[in-house]
Write a protein that binds this ligand. Structure first.
Ligand SMILES: [Fe+2]
Ligand SMILES: [Fe+2]
Length: 377
């Protein structure tokens, strides 16, 4: 490789070049987990009685359903109770799920687990395809729901979904497979909570179908969270120092949601992501408390506080990550007490019309009860 080529490569992937030896060691460890992943694979599969498709939840409007207009009318009457606030959140949840091609691309960009042929028989490749197959109906069911509900401007929604895929997303992991699994575990847990809280909110508002849909998505994410979390736990067992440093680096830079680059195309000076962030905070679906809770949950799952790192850098990383989690918990508790300014919903343009008189939102309490941490056997 010429010096110029090296320089240009370095500019594109600086850390992977400077830390190539470290990266090679990490990739080797991940590749060695193949038998463990094969053993873990069944836990990724949904229980047989929980297999579902989007059509299971939505009114049958096919030509063979003679009373489809009545079914649709009843559905719209019931789901029409869902507030525009929650509907906008569902649109963003749908866009996030619909950006699945971006996530699969990231998953398949990791050297040690790559599905080279597209039909590889390795446990890593099979689990990546299984995960993708399970994620696929998540976006689909939310989009179908919105279409049948009839209040969303589906062209605007679809433009947003496409723009999000086009804009991409940056996990900020720099090809580090440890960081990939840490990020994914965190994100699966966060999504589990968002869907669960959306289900509670939908139920409170009287939108039974939306409640059932979100309550169905949530356990899928919960299973994914446990699956990826167990992989990280195994990484901690085999390379506690390396895992600790990676975890600290990820948490210090903050876990950014994959929707970061969402764009509703309105050129609003406040980004779509920031406005969405305020909306989910206001309605109590994704708040600083949730972030701190997910942070603490993953630390518990990996016994981060009880590990005894060998290297000084790893010891400092452990102190750093524990301190940071405590700070997040404290800041989140303080932020929870603040008055949250109302958000002007007209800045969101995905809904066709907003009713003039809208029912007041029910008080959003803590809608998601934290379950005791599930530890791998
Ligand atoms: Fe999902
Ligand atoms: Fe998931």
């Amino acid at each position: 490789m010429s010096l110029t080529e090296y320089d240009s490569l370095k500019r594109r992937r600086p850390e992977s070049i400077s830390d190539s030896l470290v990266l090679a060691k990490k990739n080797e460890l991940i590749a060695s987990l193949e038998p463990y992943v094969a053993e873990l694979f069944p836990s990724l599969l949904p229980p047989k009685d929980k297999l579902w498709t989007p059509a299971d939840f939505l009114p049958d409007i096919s030509a063979s359903s003679p009373d489809w207009p009545d079914k649709l009318k009843t559905f719209r009457q019931q789901e029409g109770r869902i507030s525009p606030e929650l509907l906008n959140i569902i649109i963003v949840s749908g866009a996030t799920e619909e950006a699945l091609p971006s996530y699969q691309t990231r998953l398949n960009s990791l050297d040690p687990i790559r599905d080279v042929t597209g039909t590889d028989d390795s446990a890593w490749a099979r689990s990546a395809r299984e995960w993708t197959a399970q994620e696929y109906p998540h976006g689909k069911v939310l989009m179908d729901y919105l279409l049948l509900d009839g209040r969303a401007d589906m062209a605007a929604v679809q433009r947003t979904n496409q723009a999000l895929i086009r804009n991409g997303f940056n996990m900020r992991i720099n090809r580090d497979p440890y960081k990939f699994f840490i990020y994914t575990t965190f994100q699966e847990r966060a999504t589990q909570i968002v869907h669960a809280r959306s289900a509670s909110q939908a139920k409170k508002e009287g939108g039974e179908t939306l409640a059932i849909i979100c309550a169905t998505l949530s356990p899928d994410e919960g299973r994914h969270y446990l699956y990826y979390g167990k992989i990280v736990r195994r990484i901690f067992e085999l390379d506690p120092d390396g895992a600790m440093v990676a975890l600290n680096e990820m948490m210090q830079q903050r876990i950014i949601m994959p929707t970061e680059r969402i764009d509703d195309g309105t050129n609003n000076p406040t980004s779509t992501f920031e406005r969405y962030g305020r909306l989910v905070d206001n309605i109590g679906i994704y708040t600083p408390e949730v972030y701190a809770d997910v942070f603490n949950t993953v630390l518990d799952m990996w016994d981060v506080r009880d590990i005894n790192p060998k290297e000084d850098a790893a010891k400092r990383a452990q102190e750093g990550v524990i301190r940071l989690s405590e700070r997040h918990t404290k800041v989140a508790a303080n932020l929870a007490k603040r008055e949250k300014p109302a958000l002007d919903l007209s800045t969101f343009t995905w809904l066709k019309t907003l009713p003039e008189e809208r029912p007041a939102l029910p008080e959003s309490a803590l809608l998601f009860e934290r379950q005791p941490t599930q530890r791998p056997q």
